[in-house]
Design a protein around this ligand. Structure first.
Ligand code: GTP
Ligand code: MG
Length: 400
């Protein structure tokens, strides 16, 4: 007999759907139930035994596991970071706080380029080469457009087939969905977790859309732009300004019949770079040839990155950039937090439609509207604080 499920309507069910929306997913399982019955523990099926719940790790276990480089714990710690639940957020922050002294020692490399330029293939080749040299490499992607259904996880893991099987490499695709700010925070903290777990090189692939390049530039030491041959048309696809962010431009697919064209493209990029302000003070950006498939030019690229690290560390630019990145990160989080606090405030939310209408109707100026909204917000916050004084809540959050 088919089991009856009592379903309350979860928040992710579209408004126009009724409770059958969730039930219809269950339908498929029934059909295969008979054939898989042998795979299910009879004790669980008969209801005598309850399936074991995944053990919840304690804060100490997270810290210890990550510090020991345990991949499973690292994965779970990252899942904790990616969670949108406030409880997980607090726990993740406490874990990260304790692991912070172990972070910061890796070289952080960002890789961008138009879709299909060969970024993933290059990361796979470069990653394997670095692992062979004794490094531990963590590969992350930052893609604010990715969602569970788009299969970015599968896509990248298959494209990085050999690398994903190596114990020295750790691949973690972008958290799905969310705002760019949210994805950026999660990716930054994921990067720190990987560093705490002992990965000494972080490779971050970014999709060439939206603001993701600038976001990744703001979290890495070295930024590489992967381009294709044929400066003419392809160049149009590279957004203005991206070249200004790059510490190296790599003409990929410099193999087979494409080699001559790639050499020409490299020359053209070199000429263009001359007119661009270097991304890193004191470091001359150049264009290089590579083939991710034939694995040529990769050793040279790594030498370039090492030279970059040496030079910028010596000049102090390396640390200065990292310091700047930390403060920028803090400021952008303050911006985002205050922005959300304001727009999510019930009083503001309630008044907003009316105020918008007034602005559009020309009855008040935007400046006046903002002044009034902020005043309402201030009054409301002051009242809430007063209320807190007399009726203190147990957990006000933010504690360690
Ligand atoms: N001939 C040649 N083909 C390459 C090279 N590198 C990548 N490709 C091919 O180019 C295609 C795209 O490669 P990807 O590595 O997926 O490119 P990507 O930049 O990561 O693409 P997105 O993640 O979709 O933006 C694949 O079919 C690769 O096999 C190369 O060096 N030479
Ligand atoms: Mg890719």
């Amino acid at each position: 007999m088919a089991q009856k499920y009592s379903v309350s309507k979860p928040s992710w069910v579209p408004e126009e759907k009724d409770e059958k929306f969730a039930c219809s997913v269950m339908g498929g399982i029934e059909g295969i139930k008979d054939t898989t019955v042998g795979n299910i523990n009879p004790a669980i099926q008969s209801g005598k035994l309850r399936p074991k719940r995944r053990m919840v790790l304690t804060e100490d276990e997270y810290v210890e596991g990550v510090a020991n480089g345990d991949r499973m714990t690292l994965s779970r710690a990252i899942t904790l970071i990616e969670s949108n639940s406030p409880r997980h957020f607090k726990k993740a922050q406490r874990v990260l706080q304790r692991l912070l002294p172990r972070t910061g020692k890796a070289l952080r490399i960002g890789i961008t380029g138009v879709p299909g330029a060969g970024k993933s293939t290059m990361i796979e080749a470069l990653g394997n080469m670095l692992c062979d040299e004794g490094h531990r490499v963590a590969i992350l992607t930052v893609d604010p457009t990715s969602s569970v259904t788009k299969g970015s996880i599968l896509g990248d893991k298959t494209r990085m087939g050999t690398l994903s099987r190596r114990p020295e490499a750790f691949i973690r695709p972008s958290p799905a969905g969310g705002t760019l700010g949210g994805v950026a925070r999660k990716s930054r903290e994921t990067m720190l977790m990987c560093e705490a777990a002992g990965y000494d090189i972080i490779l971050i692939e970014t999709v060439g859309v939206g603001q993701s390049e600038t976001t990744v530039r703001s979290m890495v030491d070295f930024f590489m732009l992967v381009v294709l041959t044929g400066a003419g048309d392809e160049l149009q696809g590279i957004k203005k300004g991206i070249m200004e962010l790059a510490d190296a431009i790599v003409v990929n697919k410099a193999d087979g019949d494409n080699l001559t064209k790639a050499k020409v493209a490299r020359g053209e990029f070199e000429r263009m770079i001359e007119y661009i302000r270097p991304a890193t003070p004191g470091w001359p950006t150049h264009a290089y040839l590579a083939s991710a498939i034939e694995k040529t030019g990769l050793k040279e690229l790594w030498e370039v990155m090492q030279a970059f690290e040496q030079m910028t560390k010596k000049s102090g630019v390396f640390q200065k950039r990292r310091d700047g990145q930390l403060l920028d990160w803090m400021h952008s989080m303050i911006d985002e937090h205050l922005h959300n606090l304001f727009l999510e405030d019930p009083v503001i939310k309630g008044r907003m439609p009316e105020v918008k209408e007034a602005v559009l109707g020309g009855t008040i100026s935007p400046t006046q509207a903002v002044a009034e909204l902020i005043h309402m917000f201030d009054v409301q916050r002051a009242a809430a604080r007063q209320d807190d004084l007399f009726h203190p809540r147990e957990d006000k959050g933010g504690g360690r």
